[in-house]
Design a protein around this ligand. Structure first.
Ligand code: T1G
Length: 662
């Protein structure tokens, strides 16, 4: 941890140097304050340039510090920024690569800001259940207008340097060497405008034709746009309040309002849960016994099967700049797959996410062929044929004879035994599971399933590949259902048990959606297909539900959306679930046969407790048996892959919170 300071003709260049991301921790804030106060006291210094080492400006305040309130007198990032604010000397921020959260707030307190092209600016605090808490909600609106400031802080998405300049956040974008540009700028403004405090500006709404009298309307609209406080909108509403203060109040009072709102949020359960998710995600790649050596890069891929999954996987590779060859014997299926690829990239162009050229390039990087022999040079092959062990075994036997010796052979299976597939090859150490989630080019979760013979290098390559694909790679041992689907079975069984006790499926779904789940269990059942669940159950006694209703619905061919009726019924062409009295009657009949006493007065709390309890119990078992490495891994799987509300931290975090407040 270091604060470098060198003088260049009366300008002190102060470099933030706190690897890996120049996080501005409490301890680092004290060092920074001391350095800036020394610069203020030095009569030979008339300007200060703030810049960053380690290839970036700053990843913001140190999130680790938020767990406990700072002891009285502790210096924080607020003191660093206050030192800049009260300085009589010119401050210029010279930025490169990344400036996030408090890193941007420090730059906003400077008089001028210069960035190297490509620098990313963002306020990710909302993703941590926070708002900017070091003046960002007061300075950003003063610089770029309330509307753009709200947009940027509510979404937490990054702006690149050019966008930031256009919005007024930056004064200059340079090709390189922002410090040199800062020194030149200081020389230019020294006589004319040495000080230009952001805090002295007024916040404009930033909406053409709307003067400040429209503030109540704009604020009311903003509150309407964000989710309800108890559905993950906890911080967003406070952000709108803080920006409203930047319009209505003088800077010092607005800043005090922001501090109060931030200090309330940082002590809140949703923020603690979201910060847990942040760090749990960064723990995933730390595998006991796996040295962090740089594994061989994947520069070409093969995919076997051009169904929805296989084509989605090829698109995911294309999005990461990895060319792929997709093998599909059926030419009609290849045509359908090509249409899917074209449609996906055209949609990205329409949304302004890709240029035509980028879309064309990515589409061209996916080649479709009929024969497996075309995969001889691929660095990795992902098998994505239908979920049948015999079919998969045959593919692995053929791939072993075709693929180059160093190639990794992966299966996209969601439940089948990876070791059985590895046994079909002479390279079991280079075989593992890569369980993508549909749509494979969108869903961030990737289960990396290690077989008993999977080598450390193969595992490390897969972990690095997940990062390249911008996926969240969670390592699982080779056990039935891996992590997510194993948990899903017990969750589904708990839901069915409640329905057999006479609780209406639509009530169970509503209660779990109110809890924050993306979908209710029965709507999810109907979406994925009850027949899929039934087939997997038949092949795996350890998860076979003791419920006759699953067999009954299967016999009645009530598979869900695909047959127009499952738990719910569906009007032709519609996916809207409609409660179906036929289901209630089937449930009642089967429950009576099984001698299950009806308990329709089950409370909402019991519904939540039994469904989350099922997830927690099997999650504890998965960690105890080593299928999952850590409780945090379980949380990441269920938040990223199964719609568990991130502001509750995942099933295992939720369990610890429940215990702590029991
Ligand atoms: N605080 C503490 N540790 C951090 C950190 C942070 N802000 N950012 C990263 N790390 C750690 C991370 O845990 C990992 O640790 C290592 O750095 C590399 O991270 C007051 C309230 C900057 C784009 O939310 O987005 O400012 O695992 O693997 O892929 O108003 O890290 O090595 O031990 O992600 O190169 C707001 C979060 C804070 C930014 C770099 N800032 N960080 O990505 O590396 S709140 C954020 C990131 C705040 C103020 C508000 C990314 C990155 P380890 P990494 P990366």
């Amino acid at each position: 941890m270091n604060v470098a300071a060198v003088d260049r003709a009366g300008v002190r260049v102060v470099t933030l140097d706190n690897p890996p991301v120049n996080a501005i921790s409490f301890a680092y804030s004290a060092a920074l304050v001391a350095t800036l106060e020394a610069a203020e006291a030095d009569t030979g210094v008339h300007a200060i340039v703030l810049t960053g080492a380690n290839g970036l400006f700053s990843g913001g305040a140190d999130i680790n510090d938020f767990t406990t309130a700072p002891a009285a007198g502790t210096k924080t990032i607020r003191d660093v920024i206050a030192t800049v604010e009260k300085s009589a000397k010119t401050y210029v921020a010279a930025l490169e690569k990344t400036a996030l959260g408090g890193g941007v707030e420090l730059a906003l307190a400077c008089d001028y800001r210069i960035a190297v092209a490509g620098t990313k600016f963002g306020f990710p605090e909302i993703k941590l259940g926070l708002i900017p808490g070091a003046g960002g909600t007061q300075r950003l609106p003063r610089l770029i207008g309330a509307q753009d400031a709200l947009q940027m802080m509510l979404k937490g998405d990054n702006l690149d340097a050019e966008e930031a300049r256009k919005k007024g956040l930056l004064d200059e974008v340079v090709a390189s060497d922002a410090v040199a540009a800062a020194l030149a700028l200081i020389a230019r403004v020294r006589e004319r405008a040495p000080k230009r405090r952001t805090s002295a500006r007024r916040t404009e709404l930033g909406i053409a034709g709307l003067a400040l009298f429209a503030t109540p309307f704009v604020v009311a609209q903003a509150h309407k746009m964000v989710p309800p406080e108890d559905r993950g909108g906890f911080a967003a509403h406070k952000l709108v309040d803080a920006v409203e203060a930047s319009i209505e109040l003088e800077f010092p009072r607005g800043l005090a309002r922001e501090y109060r709102l931030f200090d309330e949020l940082v002590r809140s359960a949703p923020s603690a849960a979201l910060r847990h998710v942040f760090f749990a995600e960064r723990e995933l790649g730390k595998i006991p016994g796996l040295e962090p050596a740089a594994p061989p890069a994947i520069s070409s891929a093969g995919v076997v099967g051009a169904g929805t999954m296989g084509t989605g996987i090829a698109i995911a590779f294309a999005n990461a700049g990895i060319p792929s060859v997709v093998i599909e014997p059926n030419d009609d299926q290849i045509e359908r797959a090509k249409q899917m690829v074209f449609g996906m990239f055209a949609h990205q162009v329409q949304r302004g996410r890709l240029t035509q050229e980028e879309a064309w390039e990515r589409g061209q990087s996916i080649r479709f062929e009929n024969e497996l022999g075309e995969l001889a040079q691929a660095d990795i092959v992902v098998e994505a044929v239908f979920e049948n062990m015999e079919a998969k075994k045959a593919v692995f036997a053929q791939l072993d004879a075709i693929a180059k010796p160093a190639a990794i052979l992966a299966s996209n299976t969601s439940t089948l035994d990876i070791d059985a597939l590895a046994a079909m090859t002479k390279r079991p150490e280079r075989v593992l599971g890569l369980h993508f989630f549909v749509p494979a080019n969108i869903m961030k979760l990737l289960e990396i399933v290690r077989g008993k013979d999977t080598s450390a290098e193969t595992l490390a390559t897969a972990i690095a590949l997940a990062k390249t694909l911008r996926k969240v790679g969670v390592v699982s041992a080779n056990a039935f259902g891996f992590i997510g689907n194993r948990m899903l079975f017990d969750y589904a069984r708990a839901a069915i048990g409640l329905a057999e006790e006479g609780v209406a499926p639509e009530r169970i779904d509503r209660v779990m959606k109110d809890f924050g789940m993306a979908m209710g269990p029965f709507a999810m059942f109907d979406l994925s297909g009850l027949d899929v669940f039934w087939h997997i159950e038949q092949g795996n006694p350890q998860v076979r539900s003791r419920s006759a209703i699953v067999d009954r619905l299967y016999r009645e061919k009530r598979f869900g959306q695909k047959t127009g009726a499952g738990i719910y019924r569906y009007e032709k062409g519609s996916r809207e679930p409609i409660p179906d009295p036929v289901t209630i009657e089937l449930l009642r009949e089967e429950a009576a046969k099984a001698g299950i006493a009806p308990r329709p007065d089950v409370s909402d709390a019991e519904i939540v407790q039994r469904l989350t309890g099922a997830l927690i119990a099997v999650g504890e078992e998965l960690v105890r048996t080593g299928v999952a490495l850590r409780p945090g891994d379980i949380d990441i799987v269920y938040v990223y892959g199964y719609g568990f509300p991130p502001h509750r931290g995942g099933p295992m975090w939720y369990a610890s919170e429940q215990l702590a407040h029991a």
